[in-house]
Design a protein around this ligand. Structure first.
Ligand SMILES: Cc1cc2nc3c(=O)[nH]c(=O)nc-3n(C[C@H](O)[C@H](O)[C@H](O)COP(=O)(O)O)c2cc1C
Length: 388
């Protein structure tokens, strides 16, 4: 396995999945994903989370190698989503003396997902701040409801100062992927956890009271250096504040004219000194567009009218943004229509359902193809957006 050793007594036993096409059946993961699972070797041996059923075979091999003939005493369940909980039943059946550590909601979900009749003697029910000694290691549990799902909890190991952060600080990409952390962690965060900024803030407050040297998430690399950087990004993201000054210019064109106008608009904005990311919503996965919408301080949307409404890729994008509680951004609109433009009105209505959107008063309305005569209005819209 391409596994990191977390510490000499805390072992990584997770697996890389390079063959999955869509994570959670909707997110493309060109570099795959890792399902992280850990083992703490002490007088008592604890396993922290299992893996997706797609990784069972490799995980069992990693587990066997790490156990080296020992029996695990505890399975700590941070999160019941099947990419982590998929092997709970299997593990409990393999080790009849294994005790499962979870909160009340964990055990309800175990009953829902599995046909596993765990007697009370095999359940260790924990609540906020409870501890469990393994010998030299002490686990402390903190509830993190809605840092993705309601039963989520994180575990802090006191002696080695390790935070097992559940889906928090997760990232797409297998562990052997060489890439910048922030890009795929940001796409993961906003698309998967993004709706739950408030609960993430609550968790960050709890984490601030702990002395953390290592963060072990359930996806992506173990973080052990410069932790302030990662925690700072999570703080910015979960407060819905922009990470960078700049404009996401997202366009939805049918025959290319709206796209051409968007490209011209990008040129105008750049000439005025703005950082611009251009996104063709028809040809870019919406999770990438959602990521950039949250990353930047401003957004300009350019869309074709369609059947007295809005071209579907733009409509879908705005629905995704609303679902992830997009807010606190300045937005400008460009529409295109050949007989009765309707895109602008539709975009305004969808943006009107979001919180704290500072919409430009001006809107550029193009008839079929952008002309020289459209340029003054485009310049003026760019100025208005950049002044916000
Ligand atoms: C199926 C279809 C429906 C359309 N519906 C409208 C409409 O309701 N109102 C309108 O003004 N233009 C409508 N249009 C025209 C588009 O908005 C047109 O493609 C656009 O003006 C040119 O920009 P584009 O090259 O980016 O597609 C429609 C086009 C298509 C193909």
């Amino acid at each position: 396995m391409s596994a990191p050793t977390v510490t000499s007594t805390i072992r990584y036993i997770g697996v890389d999945d390079k063959t999955i096409d869509l994570f959670e059946s909707q997110y493309p993961v060109p570099n795959g994903v890792s399902y992280n699972s850990y083992a703490i070797l002490d007088q008592k041996l604890a396993i922290l989370d299992t893996v997706d059923p797609r990784g069972t075979e490799q995980w069992l091999k990693n587990l066997e190698q790490t156990l080296a003939g020992r029996q695990p005493d505890y399975l700590v369940v941070s999160h019941m989503e099947p990419d982590h909980a998929g092997n709970i039943q299997r593990l409990c059946e393999m080790y009849p003396n294994l005790q499962v550590v979870g909160n009340a909601k964990t055990f309800t979900m175990i009953g829902q997902f599995f046909t596993l009749d765990l007697p009370d003697s095999r359940k260790v029910l924990v609540g906020e701040g409870d501890t469990l000694s393994l010998g030299a290691h002490t686990l402390q549990f903190f509830m993190a409801p809605m840092v993705h799902w309601p039963e989520v909890m994180v575990t802090y190991e006191q002696s080695e100062k390790v935070l097992f952060s559940a889906d928090g600080f997760g990232k797409f990409g297998t562990l052997d992927t060489q890439e910048d952390w922030a890009c795929e962690a940001r796409r993961y965060y906003f698309n998967i956890v993004g709706k739950y900024g408030g609960p993430v803030q609550q968790l960050l407050k709890k984490a601030a009271a702990l002395d953390i040297e290592i963060i072990c998430p359930l996806h992506g690399p173990v973080l052990r250096e410069n932790l302030g950087y990662y925690i700072g990004l999570y703080d910015t993201w979960s407060r819905y504040q922009p990470e960078d000054e700049g404009v996401l210019l997202a366009h939805a064109s049918i025959h290319g004219h709206t796209a051409k106008a968007a490209e011209k608009m990008a040129e105008i904005l750049r000439q005025k000194g703005a950082e611009v990311v251009l996104c063709d919503l028809n040809r870019t996965d919406v999770s990438e567009a959602v990521e950039d919408a949250f990353r930047y301080s401003k957004m300009l949307l350019a869309a074709a009218s369609y059947d007295a409404g809005l071209f579907p890729s733009m409509e879908a994008f705005l629905h995704h943004l609303k679902a992830k509680t997009y807010q606190n951004r300045a937005v400008a609109l460009m529409e295109n229509g050949s007989w009765a433009p309707s895109a602008g009105k539709c975009m305004k209505a969808l943006l009107g359902e979001m919180k704290n959107i500072d919409l430009c008063e001006q809107m550029v309305s193009i008839r079929s193809a952008m002309k020289e005569t459209d340029l003054p209005a485009m310049e003026a819209l760019a100025d208005e957006l950049l002044q916000k």
